[in-house]
Design a protein around this ligand. Structure first.
Ligand SMILES: Cc1ncc(COP(=O)(O)O)c(C=O)c1O
Length: 458
């Protein structure tokens, strides 16, 4: 029997990434408030938020400074757009700050409201740029299977997951997908990580050659793949990929929407995995998710091309009403100030060995085929047979079941395609809370194993 609130939800809301038919029976988990790394449901039960919401609430759930930054900005100038040359302090200051901390030289910053809008803008800018340079055929963008870049028409096309394409009539033209760099699942028998990375780089080169280098404009990648399975790249992957891209004048777009702002123990994930991007998308932890905000960070070449187009066409015809929303920018500025003041990134580095030791220990569990991560992110894969890496039938929903047990144990995690489980807690998590997270996860995995045995799943 659903509670009143739950029943009202079922009759009124469409939930993203939810099996809408099954949801009518189960109803929602209604959360009411948050404190530190915990969220509380309507009955007051606490849950350790092991996913930082959706990989985003880096500073946890009760940061007064962020709330006050929003309040003060709202009293001062709650809204001002950036169209037609209008401007305001928070946007200018935030753009300056992003340029200062960027991992590569950045010329200009363009604000959006989300990661999808940032990546969607990247697609448009790549096309605009190549038109400006008189290369109208150089338009194709290569993404990766299992990559996640958003849900707009263009970014869902970049996303390499079947549910984002099926029956939405996607992907659109000019978007290609190359192999997923998941060594555990896709390496050949006996193939080392370096060998696997070399093979994928060769495959990418073959794709560029067969499409024609004059038609391939950009490659987009997350430093660590998030929604596709919390997949850490294999040794040597990005330097080898980058060498191919440079050879054929193909831009590298870093999708830092999850990895930006400390997640991998560096301010930007690119630095941690050896990516040297031309342009960068950020969102999520830029405001610790307290306000919706994204940004595209572009280099000088692209800016010069935009100037040319602007002169030719008469206007730069892109931008959102809320691009550079002052309240969101004020919250982002405070967030970045806290990262710096409290040494959040070096703190992530300090906590990483303990966190990753607990990740590695999960490999001992009979159900866990792979457990791997960088910084404070990790993915694990449930398998039916560790030796052969055989998986349970997708219809059994084993990882989803494990997530359900975790929830009963007071831990929120996320199951992803291929019986994978993602772990991505707020960056402020303490060593004691890290232990609590993994203790609860281990209990959930034990209960999943009992459930599997009772159901005689093979
Ligand atoms: C790597 C990455 N890129 C883009 C997006 C899309 O961001 P949004 O949901 O804010 O549109 C996400 C969302 O999870 C993401 O993880």
């Amino acid at each position: 029997m659903l509670s009143n609130l739950a029943a009202r939800d079922v009759e009124t809301l469409i939930h993203p990434y939810t099996q809408l038919a099954a949801f009518r029976e189960t109803g929602p988990l209604v959360l009411e408030r948050g404190e530190g790394v915990f969220v509380f449901d309507a009955e007051g039960k606490p849950y350790l938020e092991g996913m930082a919401g959706l990989w985003c609430t880096s500073l946890g759930y009760s940061n007064r400074e962020l709330a006050e930054a929003a309040y003060e900005q709202m009293l001062k100038l709650p809204f001002q757009h950036l169209f037609s040359g209008r401007s305001h302090d928070p946007a200018i200051e935030l753009a300056e700050k992003l340029k200062e901390i960027a991992p590569v030289p950045i010329s200009k910053v363009m604000f959006t409201c989300s990661g999808s809008e940032a990546n969607d803008s990247q697609v448009k800018l790549v096309w605009y740029y190549n038109n400006a340079l008189g290369r109208p055929a150089k338009k194709k963008i290569i993404a990766r299977r299992k990559g996640y870049h958003g849900v707009t028409v263009a970014t869902a096309s970049l996303t390499g997951l079947p549910a984002n394409h099926a029956d939405f009539d996607l992907p659109i033209a000019n978007i290609l997908h190359t192999s997923c760099p998941h060594h555990y699942r896709f390496a050949n028998e006996g193939e080392s990580e370096e060998e696997f990375s070399s093979r994928l780089a060769t495959e990418l080169e073959e794709m560029i050659l067969s499409e024609g280098p004059d038609t391939v404009a950009a490659f987009i990648a997350e430093p660590v793949m998030g929604a596709g399975g919390a997949i850490t790249p294999p040794e040597g992957y990005f330097p080898k990929i980058q060498a191919v891209l440079s050879k054929y004048d193909v831009m590298l777009i870093a999708d830092e929407v999850i990895c930006g702002f400390g997640r991998l123990g560096e301010m930007f994930g690119s630095t941690a995995v050896g990516m040297v991007p031309d342009t960068i998308s950020v969102a999520k932890a830029i405001t610790s998710a307290y306000m919706p905000l994204g940004a595209v960070m572009i280099n000088e070449d692209m800016y010069q091309a935009m100037l040319d187009e602007s002169r030719k066409i008469g206007v730069f015809g892109h931008g959102f009403t809320y691009s550079g929303h002052p309240t969101a920018c004020a919250v982002a500025l405070k967030t970045l100030e806290i990262y710096e003041r409290d040494g959040i990134v070096s703190d992530v580095r300090a906590k990483t060995p303990h966190f990753q030791k607990r990740v590695a220990a999960l490999r001992e569990h009979p159900l866990v085929g792979e457990a791997r991560g960088i910084g404070l992110i990790a993915g694990l894969e449930i398998v039916a047979d560790k030796a052969t890496k055989r998986q349970y039938e997708p219809k059994e929903g084993v990882a989803a079941r494990a997530i359900g047990f975790a929830q009963e144990e007071g831990l929120i995690l996320r199951s992803l395609l291929g019986d994978r489980i993602a772990i991505c807690p707020p960056l402020i998590i303490t060593p004691e809370e890290i232990d609590m997270l993994f203790d609860r996860l281990e209990r959930a995995l034990d209960r999943t194993l009992d459930w599997i045995v009772a159901r005689k799943l093979g």
